[in-house]
Design a protein around this ligand. Structure first.
Ligand code: ATP
Length: 626
């Protein structure tokens, strides 16, 4: 028998293929199964135009067998088969795709589903095989042929016997090397796992003899193994099914089967788009935060399929970072795949899909917020922080997508509210959206700075997460209304009592505050009369953009930038303490200094900051108790 040579380019290409196109050896099975599925599809398409052919789906299948001792994996199909010329052309010339040709020849039909296009997939068999044998009988032919090759050296073709139409691919698996364990592919569970992973939604049954257990006949506790031919793949992808046929339970089961999470998803979106780019997708909003969600280890992304064949486990490009919690799959026949089907060639289609998916997720979250508030709050507790990061990152450019999805705890409602709800309730004369930032709701509810605002009936949003104030600073405004911290210098409200003070009194007090500032030195930027205090003697406020809460967050970071907010000590002139202070100012400068320091330290404590010098502080207290 004559051994024919691959053409020189083919030799190089084969070498290239085996060593560099694919990153995962296991995809050889995906490629061979895809070819088998294409071969069955071809009979189906032929039957559409050829009356002598009938296509009964039940007669068509793909079968995978293995023999560990003989080191063989066999993939059998009942597809269209290949005659001698086709074996030569399709398997002897690398990068010649019979399937692509078939698609061209049958252009008028809807044959988009055929997977092959590059004419290289077959050779991935050499990733695991030292010898590949193909036995094929073409539809309409009474002769069968055997094609055999050990790789780059070439191939042989000879006539052989085969009963039925179709193809058998027999791989003689390579011997183990120090780096590679090829034995793993000669095991039932590994093969099943690879089939499930990549070929679960191939339309024809992929059968395999599986080991099952049963009670031994006549025994009550002894078991024995037996073999049963089983279909491994699910075949019809749930995302291609009609939405009306599916129940919530079906979607939940798919979520669990796919190991998207251990929780039950809060909601799902089933998308079927036919347009500039066609795709099907199922997206899930999970209920629980994955344990590694807010760490670098968490990888976002959706599963990506092309024609029911898995291409990528996590396609990052399909999700913006702020929706990284979304799980699910996308299947499109319009993707430009690269030759290994592991990465995508051009991302134009992908970008279109990603854009579409982004707006679908947004609409779904808005729907939940409007119609299913409890669910939305659950979602928000799990992933709200991520939305806020989304606002903060990229210089606030995602505000349009995200601002209406934000929620904060409201002083008025005692629950989470949206910014739109806040705006709706705003008083007519109210200039700003007020917020208070601190470490817990309990503390915030007692914060001196909020006294006057609450007393006047203004609603305050309580920020308890590190990111809150940073996100809001990036947002700056919501529907033309500026955000204002309760600690900021100008609250946009007048304290009526102040208007009653004479100019002379005001001047006198200013002198007193100046003197206090002298006592405190660099610790504060200024001392002022407070417009926001009612029952508390003092509080800290801040001038400038950096608040005391932000200072705390930034300085707690690993690279401690050592920033300092511009602190202003505010004094409540209606408090009894102020009279004592004034008295000391007029009569006892030493006492005045003591009081000033004490009041400043009190303000620090109220703010959740530590006093500068605890010993001095306790000594000061002792001094006034004596
Ligand atoms: N099981 C099979 N039955 C019938 N024809 C087959 C079979 N396997 C391969 N072929 C033929 O061999 C050709 C080459 O296969 P190969 O897998 O290398 O490329 P492809 O499937 O066309 O494209 P891709 O590289 O995108 O997979 C196919 O186009 C098809 O015509």
């Amino acid at each position: 028998m004559e051994t024919k040579q691959f053409k020189a380019e083919s030799k190089r290409l084969l070498d290239l293929m085996i060593n560099s196109i694919y990153t995962h050896r296991e995809i050889f099975l995906r490629e061979l199964i895809s070819n088998a599925s294409d071969a069955i599809d071809k009979i189906y398409y032929k039957s559409l135009t050829d009356d002598s052919l009938t296509f009964d789906k039940d007669n068509y299948y793909i079968r995978v067998d293995f023999d560990k001792d003989k080191r063989i994996i066999k993939i059998t199909d009942t597809g269209i088969g290949m005659n001698k010329d086709e074996l030569e052309e399709n398997l002897g010339v690398i990068a010649k795709s019979g399937s692509l040709q078939f698609k061209k020849d049958n252009e008028s039909q809807d044959n988009h589903d055929i997977i092959g296009q590059f004419g290289v997939g077959f050779y991935s068999a050499f990733l695991v095989a030292k010898k590949v044998t193909v036995i094929s009988k073409a539809l309409g032919s009474d002769k069968a042929y055997k094609w055999e090759s050990c790789g780059a050296e070439g191939y042989t073709i000879e006539e052989t016997e085969k009963d039925s139409v179709g193809t058998e691919i027999i791989l003689t698996v390579k011997d183990n090397t120090e780096e590679e364990n090829y034995d793993e592919y000669l095991g039932e569970y590994r093969l099943k796992e690879i089939i499930k992973k990549y070929s679960d939604f191939i339309r024809y049954p992929i059968k395999m003899e599986c080991t099952e257990r049963k009670l031994k006949e006549g025994s009550k506790d002894e078991y024995e193994d037996y073999k049963e031919l089983k279909t491994i793949n699910s075949m019809v992808p749930i995302w291609r099914k009609n939405k009306n046929e599916l129940k919530d339970e079906d979607y939940d089961n798919f979520y669990a089967d796919k190991h998207y999470g251990f929780d039950k998803p809060l909601s799902h979106v089933h998308i079927s788009v036919d347009g500039m780019v066609s795709y099907n997708a199922i997206l899930y909003i999970p209920e629980q935060t994955p344990y590694d969600f807010y760490t670098k280890e968490y990888k976002k992304g959706l599963e990506l399929y092309s024609n029911g064949v898995m291409i990528m486990n996590k396609c990052e490009e399909l999700l913006p970072d702020y929706f990284s919690f979304v799980k699910g799959i996308v299947d499109s026949q319009d993707l430009s795949l690269n030759i290994s089907r592991e990465i995508l060639q051009h991302d134009r289609q992908l970008k279109l899909i990603a854009k579409n998916i982004k707006s679908k997720i947004k609409s779904e979250l808005e729907r939940m917020l409007k119609n299913d508030r409890d669910k939305y709050e659950k979602f928000y507790k799990a992933f709200g922080r991520n939305l806020k990061y989304g606002i903060y990152s990229e210089y606030g450019s995602n505000r349009d997508v995200l601002e209406d999805l934000l929620m904060f705890y409201s002083s008025k409602e005692d629950k989470l509210v949206t910014l739109a709800e806040y705006l709706e309730r705003m008083k007519e004369d109210q200039k700003y959206i007020y917020y208070a930032a601190g470490e817990s709701l309990d503390r915030l509810k007692k914060l001196p700075q909020t006294e006057m605002l609450l007393d006047k009936g203004y609603e305050i949003l309580y920020f308890t997460e590190d990111i809150d104030e940073f996100a809001i600073k990036m947002l700056m405004k919501y529907k033309e209304k500026e955000f204002k911290s309760v600690s900021s210098n100008d609250l946009g409200i007048e304290k009526e009592e102040d208007k009653d003070l004479s100019e002379e009194d005001k001047k006198e007090n200013d002198k007193l505050f100046e003197e206090m500032k002298n006592v405190l030195g660099d610790k504060v930027k200024a001392v002022r009369a407070s417009k926001r205090l009612k029952n508390y003697p003092v509080c800290l406020a801040n001038d400038g953009e950096l608040s005391i809460e932000m200072e705390k967050v930034l300085n707690a970071m690993p690279n401690n930038p050592n920033v300092k907010a511009e602190r202003v000590l505010e004094v409540n002139m209606n408090h009894d303490v102020f009279n004592a202070l004034k008295n000391s100012y007029e009569n006892d400068k030493e006492k005045f200094g003591l009081y000033t320091n004490l009041l400043y330290n009190q303000a620090l404590l109220i703010e959740g900051l530590s006093v500068g010098d605890p010993l001095e502080f306790t000594n000061d207290i002792c001094k006034i108790m004596k």
